[in-house]
Design a protein around this ligand. Sequence first.
Ligand code: C2E
Ligand code: CA
Ligand code: CA
Length: 756
Amino acid sequence: MALTLIAVIFFATSSRISADRIEALEKSVAASSNVASIVAANLGEVFGRTTIYTRLSTTFLEQAHDEQPAVNPLALGDAAFLRMAIFDADGKLAYSSSRRGIEPELQLFARTVLFADTPPSLVIGGMGGTVARDPQTGWRIPVAAPLISGQRRIGAFAGYIDLGYLLALYKEVSLGTSSRIEIIDSRGIQLAEMADGTVSAGRDLKRTGYASFIGSTGLSGTVDGTRPGDSGASIGVFRKLDHFPLVVTVTRDRTAVLDELKPRNIQYLIRAALISLLILLASAGLIVLAQRQRGLNAGLTDSEARNRTLINQLEAEKVRAFQLASLDFLTDIPNRMKFYELAAIELSRARRSRRLTAVFFLDLDKFKVINDTYGHGVGDLLLQQVATRLRLSLRGHDLAARLGGDEFAVLVSDLDNDEAVAIVARKLVASLSLPYLDLDGHDLDVTPSIGVALYPGDGEEIDTLLSRADRAMYLAKQSGRGCFRFYEASLNATSARSAELVSRFARAMRDGEFCLHYQQRVACADFRPVGLEALVRWQHPEHGMIFPGEFIELAEQHDCIVALGNHVIDMACAQVANWQMLGLVVLPVAINISARQLRDETLPDIMTACLKKYAIPATLIEIEVTESCFIEQPELAEKVLRALDELGMRISLDDYGTGFSGLSHLKRLPISTVKIDRSFIRDIRNDNSDAVIVSSTISLSHNLGLKVVAEGVETRDQVVHLKTAGCDELQGYYFHRPAPASEITALLRHPAAYAA
Ligand code: C2E
Ligand code: CA
Ligand code: CA
């Protein structure tokens, strides 16, 4: 960049210099041209004067020499002429201005015009070569002219013209050094030259490039060439005289012209050099700066890279430390701490799901004996194998952890039912009971004992679930090891028991093994009971009381639900009639209707028949349906529901929020109440999104003219919150647990005593 700039500067300088040279040469030529014009005019005028002298001389001869003196330059005051002489027709001297008796040189010259056949009117010396050219005096040019009287040649006039004198007049005209004025004749012989104040003559310029104008037709023009004997070229102009065969040149040495420019050129060059130097210095400075900056940058990048490496190292160490803290050092699966953390996340996810989450507590049977017999090394290898097998028998998102010693925990979510849980448990037992081969050379047979706790049935916190699974594990140990046990003892033979329950449904209904418990619903405003919900229980002769969670689904699966449902309707109506008979103010009783029942077109008739049978008004019976009732054959379900509504029953939408439909979608259904599912109520104080769902459900329901009931209200905080949110009615353990009819009877007798 800098170099380009310098190149440009020097290019500009050199073009400036050459432009200046051209200009200087042109100026010099122009000045020469002026001087040449003046000299040529002057010279023409001097030569022109010979005409006057010729005429005077003719008169002198005609008047037979009596007049004195005819032509005398001194007398005439003509400094350009040196001497003059007049010769008669025979060539004899008739008059001489020098008053000498003889004028041999002029006489010789006069004869050239006297005896020539057709003489020109003026002959200029040096042309004929008859006069010797003396370089010192050679600028004295002889001229001769014939004297004519009538038709006769009566004599000749001759004289010397002092061209040196003439040129000396221009001494003062400054053309600069090495300038010269020349007078050249038509053959290229230099008649006179004045250079640097000195007059000389005699150079032969014939046939030189310098005098090429001699042969040309141009009257004036430039001269540019080297004179013979000169070392350098001259430049200037020539000018030919109009009436005489003479040329004036005014020239200067080309080098002299150009030399005058030298100081200026040197100035230019110095200036260019200085600017270049400045540019170079600036560039150098910039380069140094840039290098320093680069150095700084490199340093910065360097330290940044070092920092990043350090940060990465720290990060890696942190991750490692965290993994160390959260992974079991021996088996590389999560430790107790990590299990709690992950399980809590999993449970909060499971809250929304209707599916089961199971916590398995595993303990190896007789592990202590193995440790004591084979040593800790083998014990450790065994634990590692157990961890590997656990991992292999579980799905990717299931959670396995070592709690410590020979205790492991497993959390499996998204299970359909108890049977699915049992399948997982059985699989774990089977996988962990396979022989452990070549543990440091020992083959071992070990079995696990597994305890199972279910979320949410057995607990909702991971602590609770784990401690209940632990307790169930002891049951498994007591039952002979190498097996699993549910925390809720009733589940321990699930599949067998399910089969038994299914086969017993019909008989159980007949034998009156089903009964209803009733849970009160209270008004949010004053907590006074406003209704009851009938919840079915199975009073099993062998298993004791079984809750609907275990058998409703079974009944649905085995087509017993319609019969069971009708049985419940009958029992509820009978109970209402019973309370009526006792003269109590009866609260309306809500009956849960499952999807299958709602697709039974006879349901409204059955209901009507039942009301009639027990002589109770339809307003004392309410219906609870869930959104899932409208998935299959929704038109039919809707039709049945409408018929029930027409009977005059209040209809509630149960478990609201766990389903799929928005409220507005259900607008067309004859629903008067929405029951918000208890999973939303549980965390309403802590979980912001739950709180938002609840309050927006309440306000939206109110907009649609629906009443809102909150289910599963367990704490005072929840009550306060729901009250503030504008909920209409509340139901939950905080107020009343489901209770047998006898307890409700007592309540109806003394409502005040039971008010919350
Ligand atoms: P559901 O209709 O949501 O009934 C409310 C359930 O919540 C009852 O459980 C009740 O005991 C329980 N509950 C009430 N307050 C609280 C509370 O504060 N905290 C907690 N954690 N739970 C509370 P239950 O009696 O075990 O009934 C379970 C489900 O079985 C019922 O849920 C209902 O869907 C079904 N069900 C019960 N009886 C019948 C019936 O006669 N027919 C049909 N088809 N289903 C029934
Ligand atoms: Ca219900
Ligand atoms: Ca419910």
